[in-house]
Design a protein around this ligand. Structure first.
Ligand SMILES: Cc1ncc(COP(=O)(O)O)c(C=O)c1O
Length: 346
């Protein structure tokens, strides 16, 4: 175990660049609790990190791009799905820091539409290359090829796909967990469980923080994607790499990681009925916007657990809103049928 002060001091040693509006608010959702007749529910507003509509990647990029600047990079190369929040926030950060940003985006299972994140990528000046590779290792190879070709032209390339970047991203969520614990203490809330969307660094960093601080709360990572490898083991590896960056012993094992594939539905990026219901419930009860790909599915899991009686009055839950709201505009066809012309839910 390590004290919050000691952990913060370790994190403060790492290279970092300021990008996010921090701390993000921790707010109570009383009208959602009333609708469920259940536990108190709090929301950690990481959708409010600021840069180009915010989200969890603004935190990640503070540590990833801190390393890029320290290494003297002039070019960033990154990629993911065509509606990637990560790529949108990375391209915006590159614009702010004066770096050239190349995005390698896949159209696998998605339409090419100038909407949502893809529209914003163009707006902030990213140089975009499209392909139709599946997400995961095949796409990561394309990103590597792009990085190698720019290097051969003499560019000082930094690519976010390397393991050290993923570990740096995880550290940002170890810090976010510290921030959340301080806010819970200030508001005298004892969280029983924390729900969030993750299949990678965000969860890895939170599981590491929980273990290092000896926190009792249950952490529920709700996976947005089924990787072609074991997600829990992947998170353990990322958490171990993050501990190494902090010069701490490996702390997280498989028993510490709870990552559920149960809410992915038909696949990554495809809205589920549960995610659409969660989006309209939060919007209509609290005026808070979720997204269909990540936070809607994670909130769907929280709602399902409350409705099946796992959490009741007397329990306190936290939902970490990791962002992703620009994708709402791409998913307008999924959302529109939920509402009739008078604005009532259909
Ligand atoms: C809105 C949102 N939530 C959650 C995640 C998952 O983050 P991670 O890959 O760090 O688990 C992402 C990843 O792109 C995201 O865009």
């Amino acid at each position: 175990m390590i004290s919050p002060q000691q952990l913060r001091a370790r994190i403060d040693r790492l290279p970092r660049v300021q990008l996010a509006h921090l701390p993000t608010p921790l707010e109570e959702l009383p009208r959602l609790s009333a609708a469920l007749g259940g536990p108190r529910i709090f929301i950690k507003r990481d959708d409010c990190t600021g840069l180009a509509f915010g989200g969890n990647k603004a935190r990640h990029n503070e540590f990833i791009l801190g390393r890029a600047l320290e290494e003297g990079a002039d070019t960033l190369v990154w990629g993911a799905g065509i509606q990637s929040n990560n790529c949108r926030q990375t391209a915006a950060a590159a614009a702010k820091l004066g770096l050239e940003c190349h995005l390698v985006l896949t159209t696998d299972h998605a339409e090419i539409e100038f909407q949502g994140n893809y529209l914003l990528d163009h707006l902030v000046g990213a140089r975009i290359e499209l392909n139709s590779e599946p997400m995961g290792p095949p796409l990561w190879n394309k990103i590597k090829e792009k990085a190698d070709s720019l290097r051969s032209e003499g560019r000082r390339v930094f690519t976010i796909a390397d393991p050290a970047s993923r570990a740096a991203a995880a550290v940002s969520y170890t810090l976010a967990l510290l921030e959340l614990r301080e806010q819970l203490d200030q508001q005298a809330v004892r969280a029983d469980a924390v729900y969030f969307s993750s299949g990678g660094s965000t969860g890895a960093g939170m599981f590491l923080g929980r273990k290092l601080l000896g926190w009792e709360a249950i952490l529920e990572a709700i996976m947005p994607i089924e990787w072609p490898f074991d997600t829990a083991s992947y998170m353990v590896r990322l958490a171990t790499d993050a501990a190494a960056l902090l010069e701490l012993e490996p702390a997280v094992t498989l028993e510490d990681v709870q990552a559920s594939p149960d809410y992915i539905g038909a696949g990554y990026g495809i809205a589920t009925p549960e995610s659409l219901e969660a989006i309209s419930l939060l919007a209509r009860r609290e005026g808070i916007l979720l997204d269909p790909v990540y936070t809607g599915k994670a909130m769907g899991a929280l709602l399902a657990d409350v409705r099946r009686g796992r959490w009741q009055k007397g329990h306190d839950l936290v939902f970490v809103h990791t962002g992703g709201t620009p994708a709402l505009f791409y998913h307008h066809r999924d959302l529109a049928p939920r509402f009739d012309s008078a604005g009532k839910e259909g």
